[in-house]
Design a protein around this ligand. Structure first.
Ligand code: PDD
Length: 278
């Protein structure tokens, strides 16, 4: 792969970052994941806007202008001849002597790489995924897309240990989100229920588009927190993210959701999302 590091295009083996980088020492870094299908960027404007917001929240200055950032995204697709997959972007505060206080003089480290992946033809669309409920023990600013991903990794491993594909995180009796995706349900009366935006969850770019598409398709939408019990009693459940689009959830803690098959409205939303965004 050809990767991008601070203005240079390099073979991945030649891309080196300091051991004093605050991304490495403090997880003092943010990231974005943008989907690519047919060599085209998906939902770029949304990801770019969220990136700016995350940087503003942490006081990290972007070394590139908005136009330059878009050009780098397009160039990395071209250089790697990426047809389908994702672009990972990470920006850290940079390298400095180890100190909890933010350095005043560090230059941010900007990295982009691509990952080829079949995102359109996901075999899980046909079966749905199983999720296990796991306590949400992440920090309280989940609206900032930081690289502090240890707890989501642990939650995913806990889910895997009971044979589930992913974790749905639960806090104070309500589902927050999946380990790396937004959680949604469709109630027995056909209402799409998804948690409202706050610092409790990442403000999903796919979530926003899918809610818009759902409303236009005539589905009632309620943005509110739901409980694990409501999720178990739901007609359908699904997750959304840049790389999964709309993916059915067919089992929660070993219990089938609805008839245990991917829900018809979920599959319709996936189809509409793909038609709208590709
Ligand atoms: N994850 N919630 C969390 C905790 C996430 O990490 C993600 C994305 C989402 C969905 O956001 P979006 O629709 O903007 O992708 C929700 C990415 C894909 C990842 O970490 O790989």
């Amino acid at each position: 792969r050809t990767v991008y590091l601070n203005g240079s295009w390099l073979a991945e083996a030649d891309a080196k970052v300091s051991i004093f980088d605050r991304g490495f020492l403090f997880a003092d870094a943010i990231y974005e994941v943008t989907g690519v299908v047919g060599g085209k960027l998906l939902e770029y404007a949304g990801h770019a806007a969220r990136l700016q917001r995350s940087m503003a929240e942490l006081g990290i200055a972007c070394p590139l202008t908005q136009d330059e950032l878009l050009a780098v995204h397009r160039e990395i697709v071209r250089r790697n001849d990426l047809q389908e997959g994702l672009i990972y972007l990470q920006i850290s505060r940079g390298a400095a002597d180890r100190d909890f206080a933010f350095p005043t003089n560090a230059a941010p480290t900007l990295v982009l790489f691509t990952q080829a992946k079949a995102v359109l033809d996901n075999p899980k669309v046909k079966t749905g995924i199983s999720v296990a409920l796991v306590a949400d023990q992440r920090w309280a600013r989940r609206d900032i897309k930081t690289v502090q991903l240890l707890y989501p990794s642990m939650a995913k491993m806990q889910a895997a240990s009971v044979g589930a594909d992913d974790a749905w995180l639960v806090e104070d009796g309500f589902v927050t989100e999946a380990s790396s995706a937004t959680a949604h349900i469709i109630s027995q009366d056909g209402t799409l229920i998804t948690r409202g935006l706050s610092s409790a969850i990442l403000h999903g770019i796919t979530r926003l588009s899918v809610l818009d598409i759902a409303r236009k398709a005539g589905l009632a939408v309620e943005e509110r927190a739901f409980t694990p019990e409501e999720a178990r009693d739901a007609a359908e459940a699904f997750i959304t993210s840049a790389t999964s689009f709309v993916l059915p959830v067919t089992q929660i803690d070993g219990q089938p959701v609805g008839d245990g098959k991917p829900g018809p409205r979920t599959l319709k939303l996936r189809q509409l999302y793909i038609e709208n965004k590709l």
